[in-house]
Design a protein around this ligand. Structure first.
Ligand code: THU
Length: 184
């Protein structure tokens, strides 16, 4: 059989495999779950991760969320080891509100930080982190501005023991960033 007649068969097989893989992968898998090291420039120790998670959990009471009553807290770990916290700050005019993650990035970047390792995010109704709280799309894009998508680690936490870790690339695939403009 010539190559030309085999090609549609290969294409068909490839398609079946692709669909099967997509179905198997439905529901994104965290890079890690529970107390094991995840992605990042250096392997974060369990103690370092635990402290970062605790810092985010401790900040839950500082959200200003009188409209949604949904409190979000973030703890952002910089390459130099400094940690910046952030909370959602809502506004009566709604759109000026800011998410916890962008609050943390704004604090850090305005202090001169440019390199980041990881962020812990927690939140829930009335400040109870009962479920995982993933970052919104705008916050993911802001992370993309400053972080290497393959190395930056996003930790969603319910408690110091219950967390999920993702790379930014997992949560923002095929992303657009400063490199596309030849900048930064
Ligand atoms: N919120 C965050 O702080 N971070 C996110 O990534 C998702 C949403 C806040 C915004 C608003 O104050 C509240 O959660 C409800 O949307």
């Amino acid at each position: 059989m010539c190559r030309g007649s085999l090609f549609p068969l290969f294409k068909g097989l490839a398609y079946i495999i692709m669909v099967a893989e997509q179905q198997a992968g439905a529901g994104l898998e965290a890079v890690s779950e529970g107390p094991v090291p995840g992605p990042g420039r250096r392997r974060r120790g369990n103690l370092e991760r635990e402290l970062l998670i605790q810092t985010a959990l401790d900040g839950l009471g500082r959200s200003y969320a009188p409209y949604s009553h949904f409190h979000v807290s973030a703890a952002l770990l910089c390459r130099d080891g400094k940690v910046y916290t952030g909370n959602n700050i809502e506004n009566a005019a709604y759109s000026p509100g800011i998410c916890a993650e962008r609050c943390a990035f704004a604090k850090a970047v305005s202090e001169g930080e440019r390199e980041f390792e990881a962020i812990v995010i927690c939140g829930g109704p009335d400040g109870k982190a009962g479920d995982y709280c993933p970052p919104c799309g705008v916050c993911r894009q802001v992370m993309r501005e400053f972080c290497n998508p393959d190395l930056f680690c996003i930790i969603l936490a319910k408690s110091a023991e219950e967390y999920r870790e993702y790379s930014l690339a997992q949560l923002l695939p095929e992303s657009f960033g400063p490199d596309h403009l030849g900048g930064a």
